[in-house]
Ligand binder design. Sequence first.
Ligand code: NI
Length: 230
Amino acid sequence: MNRLAFPAIAVITALTTNFSPVVLAHEAGDIILRVGAAQVAPDDSSSVVNTATTGPLAATSVGVEDNTQLGLNLVWMWTDSIGLEVLAATPFDHDLKVSGLDQYGFNTVDLGSTKQLPPTLSALYFFGSSSSPIRPYIGAGINYTTFFSKDFTAKAEAELGANGLDLDDSWGLSGRVGIDIDLSDNWILNASVWAIDIDTDASFNSALGRVNAAVDIDPLVYMISLGFQF
Ligand code: NI
């Protein structure tokens, strides 16, 4: 669940002990653009799978796998300590799994895939002063997630007669922690994480009629990035 956190801590520790700080940091009016790797790691759970023919299928579930993409992150400093931030990224592409169908005579596990974009707007509070070269921060915000390019595997199509995958858009709250470390006058190293409430209703047509499941994706999004301060 936490593949990026330990390397991030190691990098931060190395930098904070080895570099000489420069006296230039975030202050009111600054704009910071960060570019880096963003990983969406779902802490997923779901309802059981329901079909129109059978009703709820006990001990089944639908899951969502990790994905890493190019993350973009823009911060505008309203004051020396309060910033507004937008998270954007190239589309995340997640594999979808279904478990428990073997009890009902099916062996599909790899169900399909979906792309999603999770733009997130956050208000950030930065600790330290405008002259601190290291600015940890916390934040809270709102997320909108939309799903597209929804496809089934050949196996799901052949065995389940699956088609017409639909995943509802999601609105939810998000929480945020991170740290900015000045590397030079304008360059910043950043490590951060979002916890985002993303829930969707998944449904599709099948040989057993309409199928649906409520899926809580609720990911942690880890990002390591290089920032440029304008
Ligand atoms: Ni949730």
